[in-house]
Design a protein around this ligand. Sequence first.
Ligand code: UD1
Ligand code: CA
Length: 476
Amino acid sequence: MASTWAFEAQGPGSIPGGGATISSKTTEPEVKVSTELDVAIVLAAGEGTRMKSQTPKVLHPIAGKTIIEHVLDQVLVLNPKQLQVVVGHARELVEPEVKKIAPKSTTVFQSERNGTGHAVQLALADLTATGTVLILAGDTPLLRHETLAEFISAHAKSKNLVSVLTAELPDPTGYGRIVRDESGAIVAIVEERDASDEIKNIDEINTGVYLFDIAALRDSVAKLKTDNAQGELYLTDVISDIRSGGGAAAAILSYDYTETLGINDRSQLAECIAIMRDRINDLHMKAGVTIVDPTTTWIDSAVKIEKDVTIYPNTVIWGDCEIGTNSVIGPFAYLRPGTKLAANTKVGAFVEVKNSTIGEGSKVPHLSYVGDATIGSGSNIGAATIFVNYDGVEKHRTEIGDEVRIGSDTMLVAPVRVGDGAYTAAGSVITEDVPAGSIGVARAKQRNILGWVLRKRSGSKSAIAAAKAGATTESE
Ligand code: UD1
Ligand code: CA
């Protein structure tokens, strides 16, 4: 996540009347938002047809948050005086999610999806504010507030009626293309489906992020027409309208195209999930966490990890997990929501932990399931131990004290407690509490039937080996 967020207005004189080149670079990851934002409108009414999903597109998760949550979280940092979210398809699911993330936002209902221009018409009908509006799509979850803030201050300096955030993509297929004139000024945005082959060759695309003067936008959206391949009102047509009316417009190029990727199908979803994974891993590594293989380590955005934790490959850490300093997470570990690991703990290979607290210095080194448990400090949970937390109807908790030694292959049938300093014998099925300092043995006593192999498997390789070792057919 190199901090090279910067923009430039492409080409000389790209801002009619102004002609200034906008160029700025942030050195610090946190940018102070000096520019006031009057209104932000997030468009999230679309069905997301290309996802082929029963779940509305903006509710698909990325690193433990919905797509719309990623977008709104970033917009909220900009502190707009008003925030409107246009909802439509599966409104009954999207609206509560929006209200949960941004309780002060207003939602605008778009009952028929007649395009991004139509969505904005409805939002403006609900709005009396003047000044500047930021419009963005609810399906671009990688945009960062730092980038939006730079875009806002570049726009404010330029005094244009509209600025469009653009990006150059390795594969621009599907996006609206930015058409510039010889001087480099933006002339129009042409959608893929309306584009000639020549325009399809343009790799600069519309990210769907815009800043408008509200009054100019209001005038212009009223004039939108549906004369395009999709028969929709395109917000993108506002650009050419404002330009032809003599208004100043700028296309501002974002250097990091990965931030501006939109999600329309499952492939793009996977691409964004991978980029988010890298970003999250980078942040943890910068904060002092060793991640042996960042490409196979999947950490949700809510996870908290202290420094000097080591995470081995093929690890998944979901939800609100917390990992204390110097802990080691083995390969193929799976930490699920509610996992709290104190300092110096170990969760080893093929271990799953859910909704459990593991105390300082305790270890679960191999092949175990720890669910709904509280484990004290200095305890060791032997290989292949299972915390049997579910009776088929309800979940129950297990409590393990300090300095406990759970023998390998123990079943701890919850609800059950193992006191401080207690042991369990390997292979035990523990259904009753084990008092402090005791050993719980809960398995059948072993008996050996002497000579059995020589009698029942006579002539076999095992019988020959046994005879060589001095065994006889005698059963004593
Ligand atoms: C849009 C842009 C395209 C840009 C791309 C960036 C238009 C016409 N095209 O295309 O230039 O490159 O975004 O990602 O704007 N929405 C509504 N109501 C509607 C239609 C859409 O709220 O009636 C919302 C969608 O939920 C979505 C956003 O607007 O969040 C963009 O719509 P989408 O259909 O994804 O547009 P793209 O084809 O991606
Ligand atoms: Ca889109």
